[in-house]
Design a protein around this ligand. Structure first.
Ligand SMILES: [Fe+2]
Length: 283
């Protein structure tokens, strides 16, 4: 087993506190046994891209020492921290009134997106996250969708027509030495079940250094190459699985970390809204 390093940390924003009872009963975090080449033998599912990686089972809860490395009591910087945010009561009431959690197919989600009540919810989400936006530009919804349950990793590479597996985003097209300047992402869970954010708790620069590339140029794009080499060289390094409950969101630097979403432990449709921008992790 390769020991967990301390780098990207998780912060639970203060407004999650009223879920204390649930927190004591349902774990927040699990660690995988490492990673492996991705396979999905279920018929009629979109297959993995060639050379894709997924977390390797079994999963386990972190030891106290590992939890101490993973969690922080202070809001971390936006480029190296994952924040868990609970939506306020009035937004949760809007979601309940619209019965979003009862949508059962991606097509129903697509139809819902054309309705006025959906526009109201998205406007309210933008209002709520506006104070956390570090740039002058207001938050922008970058996607809303529904994904089937049961997928070890869920992201699809639309250009290649296959599932990415664990990956680093590259919407900003930044070189390695500028990854800390990249946008981060908010992803809100509008579904009925907890959903799961998978990530390696290392920045892209950590991985670059672990691969011994310190003398190589860092002013170029490394995204897929770094991910692939890391999985091959450190197959026992654990992947973190973070539970995001219904009505919660995560804020994460997905351009600067290996990650994906998982719907493997879900029973109902995974309904989510995403925003890309520069968001600080709120206290
Ligand atoms: Fe991604």
């Amino acid at each position: 087993m390769y020991s967990l390093r301390q780098s990207i940390v998780i912060y639970r924003c203060q407004n999650c506190d009223f879920l204390a009872k649930e927190e004591s009963e349902i774990p927040r975090v699990w660690l995988s046994s490492g990673t492996q080449l991705a396979v999905d033998n279920v018929p009629d599912r979109l297959q993995y891209c060639q050379g894709a990686f997924m977390p390797r089972a079994p999963w386990r809860e972190p030891t106290p020492a590992e939890s101490a490395l993973l969690w922080t009591d202070e809001p971390p910087p936006h480029y190296a921290g994952v924040g868990i945010v609970r939506l306020p009561a009035d937004v949760l009431a809007l979601l309940a009134d619209a019965a979003i959690a009862s949508l059962t197919t991606p097509l129903q989600v697509a139809e819902f997106k054309s309705q006025e009540k959906c526009a109201q919810i998205l406007d309210r989400l933008i209002d709520y996250f506006q104070p956390f936006c570090l740039s002058d530009a207001p938050p922008v919804i970058s996607g809303m969708g529904g994904r089937q349950p049961g997928l070890s990793t869920a992201t699809i590479d639309n250009k290649r027509g296959c599932r990415n597996g664990l990956h680093t985003d590259s919407w900003d097209n930044l070189s390695l030495d500028r990854k800390h300047e990249a946008t981060n992402r908010i992803c809100v869970n509008l579904g009925r079940d907890s959903r799961y954010f998978l990530f390696v708790n290392l920045t892209e620069m950590d991985i670059f250094e672990m691969l011994g590339y310190s003398d190589s140029p860092i002013g170029k794009l490394w995204t897929r190459q770094l991910t692939s080499e890391f999985m091959q060289r450190y197959p026992e390094y654990p992947v973190v699985k973070l539970r995001i409950a219904p009505g919660e969101a995560y804020i994460a630097p997905t351009e600067n970390m290996i990650h994906d979403a998982s719907t493997a432990d879900m029973k109902h449709l995974d309904v989510k809204v995403m925003m890309r921008g520069y968001y600080r992790i709120p206290v």
